[in-house]
Design a binder for this molecule. Sequence first.
Ligand code: 5GP
Ligand code: ZN
Length: 115
Amino acid sequence: MSHEDCIFCKIINGEIPSAKVYEDEHVYAFLDISQVTKGHTLVIPKVHTKNIFETPPEVAKELFARVPIIANAIRDAYQPLGMNLLNNNERAAEQSVFHLHIHLIPRYGEGDGYT
Ligand code: 5GP
Ligand code: ZN
């Protein structure tokens, strides 16, 4: 179920190109176009849901179940020292794309540019 004006739905269906990190029947993960650190990745459900407030638990369950798998794939590829997970919901919380997404932000120690 895709939302016609949603850029992340367009990324899932290939209308907008992306650098794929992981994909299965429920989830798509790709590099953020604006890398706050090397390997900054977004994990999204394939079903369109605006944000955490509108997400059915079953969709959240499938999404969050993939996060450790994707986090480890990023860790293997980029060798960060740590990783932040971030999820913004609604404009007041700096959500700018209204398709639920989890940021995976690899951390490389002091001076990695992310504050
Ligand atoms: P938010 O601020 O909604 O939590 O994060 C949205 C994220 O989506 C931003 O970090 C932004 O860089 C990323 N983004 C926006 N448009 C695109 C796009 O077309 N491709 C990719 N790969 N990332 C995007
Ligand atoms: Zn969408």
